[in-house]
Design a protein around this ligand. Structure first.
Ligand SMILES: [Zn+2]
Length: 200
């Protein structure tokens, strides 16, 4: 279950010197307060979603929401609202998300760079993850490397989920039998996406 919603945080209050309470007519008795709302998910603030406010009379305790404020009070409230900034922590979730996305794209670019290097200079023990057909994936293990070819032992198992391919990568799953692939052909298989990852 995803728990989400919004919460208002008090960010500023100021006593008005000039405003007149519409309820008891006292001047200078109104306190204007600004709140900023933010969306949250699992109680982590995501981002602000606007401000709201009230005024309260210290004399008669009458409370007005912004839409109930007479024009002069509303104007004074708007000035206070516009010069009041909310706390940066209300952006925490958005910040975390941006960091995660940036990290994810960096990690995937690094992984791609490494895979390109591994395919160009194979080593014994390299594991190639490849696609047999749609929803069918398996691995090949490099068992020998010559000047222009690699010798691979195929995995005897296959799996329908690309992301779970690590589950079949066990030493006992590899066949006794092996065959050669030219490095040129290997590069073709990698460029076409047939081999989609290399683990070393
Ligand atoms: Zn009042």
């Amino acid at each position: 279950m995803i728990i989400y919603g919004s919460r208002a945080v008090h960010i500023k209050s100021e006593q008005s010197k000039t405003a007149i309470c519409p309820s008891c007519s006292t001047q200078g008795s109104l306190t204007l307060s600004v709140f900023r709302r933010h969306a949250h998910i699992f109680w982590i603030p995501l981002f602000p979603i606007g401000k709201k406010g009230i005024s309260q009379c210290q004399h008669c305790k009458n409370v007005l929401k912004t839409k109930e404020m007479p024009e002069p009070i509303r104007r004074e409230y708007d000035i206070l609202k516009n010069k009041t900034k909310g706390p940066i922590w209300q952006f925490a979730g958005l910040g975390i998300l941006i960091v995660l996305i940036a990290w994810g794209s960096y990690a995937s670019a690094e992984n791609k760079k490494l895979a390109g290097e591994y395919i160009a200079s194979p080593m014994n023990g390299d594991i190639y993850e490849y696609k047999i057909e749609t929803r069918s994936y398996s691995t090949l293990k490099v068992i020998a490397v010559s000047r222009d070819s690699v010798f691979v032992s195929p995995n005897e198992y296959e799996i329908s989920k690309k992301s779970r391919i690590f589950k079949i990568n066990k030493p006992e799953n590899y066949s006794e039998f092996s065959y050669g692939i030219s490095i040129e052909k290997l590069k073709e298989m990698y460029d076409s996406g047939e081999i989609f990852d290399i683990n070393r």
